[in-house]
Design a binder for this molecule. Structure first.
Ligand code: GLY
Ligand code: MN
Ligand code: MN
Length: 444
């Protein structure tokens, strides 16, 4: 039997959900032309490429994962949704794998029209001519900025023929950010699954971490759990930090040996169907918590639970950071790590010796997801459908003003939280974090 082309080897996203987002965007943009490219491929060394990751904005609006693609929407009463993508190429597909090609992509991804990416240059003048507003990313990619300027200038050059070039450039990401901030049911379902897989990975790490292993071997176990469960990569570089390495906030070396009784801080989340999970857990390696470790752990946990408790619609985003600071600062005073009244410790920010980052961020297609935190000088108010992380921590480096038994204790506890109509739901709730539940895994 003759087969004309390779079968479609990719799992499809919920294409209807992506098309619906495009339609919503077209409606809210109003007039003009929307143009949005996906990410370029990049080499890591010589001719080896980084694993390709599509642009999150582009994916949000298309569900399309191939490089060399642009989405265009001609706005107005009857918007046209157009995809530019790589042409079918049986020679290239033998080497690099399947491509949809414009004809199949148009049908499968629900576009009105689709063309080869090589036609973009010649079709741009007709798309852009006489359109007043151009909605496109500005300042995201120098090559794209240059193309935009070149296309606008090429239309300007034809002014005497009666065509006009766009007079207004608007960064379309601003509008998409507001959409991405409120997750729809399709997104929430994926993020809950990503949370569960990531939670399973942390449990695996708690059980498996033993003296004599190296941090990278625990990292490998985490990746093993991600990949065998269908999440083909981590959403960001996993932090797998034993002992004092836990006090390096963005520790990525992951090469030190594990010592019994040291704490291990793991900040790792999978990327599932392009959505990130982001979990941190801290546990004693193959043992129970020591007294000082437990004191600090219980304090971080208390602050994390207090943060989660305040998360509900109507609460300003920055509120839970304030809660984290309140609880941690009081605890640091109780542990005699900070001196003075609570008001003084907060006003002078002396707690920052031990807690120097914010309590969390939006989460979604990007681990630090799109979306404003402030609007008109005010903290954005939480709404149902938003997903954020809650991740207070304490990092106690050796210092003259710190009793030795606290040295090198670094603890962060991070969960992913969905704001619901009535409050919130912790998407990563299956990941143990009470002292008893953790010790049952590490000292069992
Ligand atoms: N893993 C990145 C973060 O926690 O923000
Ligand atoms: Mn985070
Ligand atoms: Mn994290």
């Amino acid at each position: 039997m003759k087969r004309e082309q390779l079968p479609i080897p990719v799992t499809l996203p919920n294409v209807k959900a992506h098309a619906k987002r495009r339609a919503r965007l077209a409606k809210s943009l109003g007039e003009g032309l929307m143009l949005l490219p996906t990410s370029p491929e990049r080499t890591r060394n010589a001719d080896s490429h980084y694993d390709y990751r599509w642009d999150s904005y582009f994916y949000y609006l298309t569900g399309f994962r191939e490089p060399e693609a642009v989405v265009a929407i001609t706005l107005g009463k009857k918007p046209r949704h157009i995809l530019f993508c790589r042409d079918k190429d049986m020679e290239r597909e033998i080497w690099d794998g399947f491509r949809f090609g414009p004809a199949a992509a148009k049908e499968i991804f629900l576009f009105d029209e689709a063309y080869a990416i090589t036609e973009l240059e010649s079709l741009i003048p007709s798309l852009m001519a006489n359109c007043k507003v151009l909605h496109t990313p500005i300042g995201a990619d120098a090559a794209w900025d240059q193309s935009i300027a070149r296309w606008i200038n090429s239309i300007r050059a034809k002014a005497r023929t009666g065509v006009t070039a766009p007079v207004e450039l608007r960064d379309v990401r601003h509008t998409v950010n507001a959409m991405r901030l409120i997750k729809d049911d399709v997104e929430i379902d994926i993020m809950a699954k990503a949370g569960k897989i990531s939670s399973d990975a942390h449990v695996r790490a708690m059980k498996i971490a033993k003296p004599g292993m190296f941090e990278y071997q625990v990292e490998a176990e985490i990746l093993h759990e991600f990949i065998t469960k269908g999440a083909r990569q981590a959403a960001y570089g996993s932090i797998v930090a034993a002992g004092g390495n836990a006090c390096v906030l963005h520790y990525r070396e992951n090469s030190a040996p594990l010592k019994k009784g040291d704490l291990m801080l793991i900040d790792a989340g999978c990327e599932l169907e392009s959505y990130a999970a982001d979990i941190t857990r801290t546990f004693p390696i193959a043992s129970k918590f020591s007294g000082p470790q437990r004191d600090v752990y219980e304090l971080v946990l208390e602050s994390q639970l207090a943060c989660i408790k305040v998360l509900k619609p109507g609460v300003p985003f920055h509120k839970y950071h304030e809660v984290a600071v309140q609880v941690l600062a009081q605890g640091l005073i109780d542990l005699k790590l900070c001196k003075g009244s609570l008001d003084k410790v907060i006003a002078t920010e002396s707690y920052r010796q031990f807690y120097m980052h914010r309590a969390g961020h939006w989460l979604g297609l990007d681990v630090h997801d799109a979306g404003d935190y402030m609007q008109q000088g005010k903290s954005v108010k939480l709404e149902a459908g938003m997903v954020l992380t809650v991740e207070p921590g304490l990092y106690i480096r050796p210092a003259d003003n710190v009793p030795k038994h606290f040295w090198d204790i670094g603890i962060r506890i991070e969960d992913d939280v969905l704001i619901t109509k009535s409050g919130n739901a912790v998407l990563t709730a299956s990941c143990p974090k009470s002292v008893n539940d953790i010790e049952a895994l590490t000292a069992g």
